[in-house]
Ligand binder design. Structure first.
Ligand code: GBH
Length: 483
C-alpha cells in the first residue's frame, strides 16, 4: 500500500485554502425532477448494451434533494471551499440561446450558494463538467459545431454570472477539455461516445472539439471581464488535467524526449492557447498538420486579449506514467507522436503503488514535478482543483471508512505541494480533494469510491471517512492554525 513512503506533514502557507470538489451529474440524481432536461450523460448512461457498467446516475447520491444536509456536513468537516458544477440542462433544459430558462433549476443553485455562503464556505463554480444538453447534441452535434456551441455556451454563462455572480467569486469554464476531446470523441468511453457512431471522423473531430472548447472559454473569459468582473470582483479560468510523464527508459534520449512531448500534447494543447494566448504548440501543429484546426486572425486576437485574464491554473492531477517512443512506424491515425504510455518502466519498476484504478498510482514526486512544469511554462498561480484516489484492498470495501490508503496518498501529495512551494518556488494557492463524497464515476459506475465521505447507495446515508477528519486536522497542523 505504499507504506514505505513516509508522510512528513510538511508546512503549508496560512492562507492556503482547502476544500472538496464534485460534479453535477456525478452526485445530483433527480435526473428529470423539476423540469430538468436531458444531458448527453443521461442518454449515454442508459444505452443498451451498457457502456457504464450497467449503471446510471438517475438517483446517485440524490444531492439535489439532500443538499441542505450535505452543506451542513461540509461545514462540520471544516471544508473552506466547495467546487461544484452547474448542470446546464437543469437551468436551460434544451440548452440553446433561444430556449426557456428553468426557474426551479436556478432556485436550487441559488439555495446551495446561499447555504454555503451562510456557513462561510466559498463556492467555486464549474460551468461545464461534461454534461452537454442532449438537445444541443441532437440539433448540431454539440461541441462539434464550433459556432453554434459558442453562442449557446455564452448565453448559458451569462445567465449564470447574472444569477449567481454576486456571491460566486471563482468560476471555471470547462473541466478537463482533454478528456472531453479524447475520451468523449475519440476513444468513446465517455458521453456522447461520438466516435462509435456511423459517419464520424476520429481523425479530425477530437481536435475540432478542443477548438470549440478553447474559443468558447475565451469568449466567456472576455465576457466576464467586461460585463461582470467590475462589479462582481471575482475571477475566472479553466481546469486542465494531465499526468506527469517520466521516460520509460531513463537512459534513452528518445524516451526522454517522448515524456516531454507527451506533456506538451496533453497539457500544452490547451494551456498554450489559454495562458500564453497563442497557437497550439509547434510540435502538435507539425505532427497533426491539417487535422488541427487553425485560429483565424481575429480569434488569435481574442486569445491574446483573454490570456492575462485567466487568474489561476486549475490543476486536476492524480498520477504519473511512463512514456516510450515506439520504434515501429506510427499507426495511420496516431496523434500522440508515436508514444506509448505505461505504469511500469523498462526495468520493470512500477511508477508507484496502485490504487483500485490501475492507472492511478501513488507518485507524489511526479506531482511536485508537474507543479514545477506548469509554473515554469505559464507563470500563473496554481489551484489544485482535484486530487484524490480510490482505495485498494480492505480499505476499499463498500462499508470501509478507515481509508488508510487514501490518508497516506493525500498526506504524500500535500507534502509534494509543500516542496513545490518552499523548495521550488511555485505559487500553489489551494487544494480541493476529489471528492466530497463517493459518487458515480462515469463509465466505471459506482465501483470506484473517491469520496472522503462514504455513501451507502441503498440508504443514501453519508458517513465521513477517516480521511475527512485527517484533512481537517492536517490542514490545522500544517498551516499552524490553532483550534
Ligand atoms: C476527473 O477526471 C474528473 O474531473 C472527475 O469527474 C472524475 O470523477 C475524477 O477525475 C476521477 O476519475 O487513460 O490510463 O490515463 C479524470 C479523467 C479519464 C482520468 C480517464 C483517467 C483514464 C486513465 N480520467 N483516464 S488513462
Amino acid at each position: 500500500l505504499g507504506h514505505d513512503l513516509p508522510v512528513e506533514e510538511l508546512r503549508l502557507p496560512e492562507d492556503f485554502g482547502w476544500g472538496a470538489a464534485t460534479a453535477a451529474y456525478q452526485i445530483e440524481g433527480a435526473a428529470s425532477q423539476d423540469g430538468k432536461g436531458k444531458s448527453v450523460w443521461d442518454t449515454y448512461s442508459h444505452l443498451q448494451p451498457s457502456r457504464t457498467n450497467g449503471q446510471h446516475a438517475d438517483v446517485s447520491c440524490d444531492h439535489y434533494n439532500r443538499m441542505p444536509e450535505d452543506v451542513d456536513l461540509m461545514a462540520s468537516l471544516g471544508i473552506e471551499v466547495y467546487r461544484f458544477s452547474i448542470s446546464w440542462s437543469r437551468v436551460i433544459p434544451l440548452g440553446g440561446r433561444n430556449d426557456p430558462v428553468n426557474e426551479k433549476g436556478l432556485a436550487f443553485y441559488n439555495d446551495l450558494i446561499n447555504r454555503l455562503v451562510a456557513r462561510g464556505i466559498k463556492p467555486v463554480v464549474t460551468l461545464y463538467h461534461w454534461d452537454t444538453p442532449q438537445a444541443l447534441y441532437d440539433r448540431y452535434g454539440g461541441l462539434l459545431d464550433t459556432a453554434e456551441f459558442r453562442a449557446d455556451f455564452a448565453r448559458y454563462a451569462r445567465l449564470c454570472f447574472t444569477q449567481f455572480g454576486d456571491r460566486v467569486r471563482k468560476w471555471v469554464t470547462f473541466n478537463e477539455p482533454y478528456i472531453t476531446s479524447i475520451f468523449a470523441h475519440l476513444n468513446g468511453t465517455l458521453a456522447p461516445g461520438h466516435c462509435r457512431e456511423a459517419g464520424t471522423d476520429t481523425k479530425t473531430e477530437p481536435w475540432r472539439v478542443g477548438h470549440t472548447i478553447l474559443l468558447s472559454h475565451t469568449d466567456v473569459v472576455l465576457m466576464y471581464a467586461c460585463e461582470f468582473q467590475p462589479s462582481q470582483k471575482g475571477d475566472i479560468s479553466i481546469v486542465l488535467n494531465g499526468h506527469f510523464y517520466e521516460p520509460f527508459d531513463a537512459g534513452s534520449p528518445a524516451d526522454r524526449a517522448a515524456a516531454k512531448r507527451r506533456m506538451v500534447f496533453y497539457i500544452g494543447w490547451f494551456g498554450d492557447p489559454v495562458f500564453l494566448g497563442r497557437d497550439y504548440p509547434a510540435e502538435m501543429r507539425s505532427y497533426l498538420g491539417s487535422r488541427l484546426p487553425e485560429f483565424m486572425p481575429e480569434e488569435r486576437d481574442l486569445l491574446r486579449q483573454a490570456a492575462p485574464l485567466n487568474a489561476f491554473y486549475g490543476m486536476n492531477h492524480y498520477s504519473t506514467k511512463y512514456a516510450r517512443k515506439l520504434s515501429e512506424p506510427p499507426a495511420e491515425d496516431d496523434w500522440t507522436g508515436n508514444i506509448e504510455e505505461s505504469s511500469v518502466n523498462s526495468e520493470g519498476k512500477e511508477v508507484g503503488p496502485a490504487s483500485a484504478m490501475g492507472w492511478l498510482r501513488v507518485a507524489p514526486e511526479g506531482f511536485r514535478k508537474l507543479l514545477g512544469w506548469v509554473w515554469e511554462r505559464y507563470h500563473v498561480p496554481i489551484i489544485v482543483t482535484e486530487n484524490g484516489c480510490p482505495c485498494v484492498g480492505e480499505d476499499d470495501l463498500a462499508t470501509a471508512v478507515d481509508d488508510k490508503f487514501r490518508q497516506r496518498y493525500l498526506g504524500l501529495y500535500l507534502d509534494a505541494i509543500s516542496r513545490a512551494i518552499y523548495e521550488d518556488g511555485v505559487a500553489v494557492k489551494g487544494y480541493y480533494v476529489w471528492s466530497l463524497m463517493d459518487n458515480y464515476e462515469w463509465s466505471a459506475g459506482y465501483g470506484p469510491r473517491y469520496g472522503i465521505v462514504h455513501v451507502d447507495y441503498e440508504t443514501l446515508k453519508r458517513t465521513p471517512k477517516n480521511s475527512a477528519l485527517y484533512l481537517r486536522d492536517t490542514f490545522k497542523r500544517r498551516r499552524g492554525v490553532s483550534s
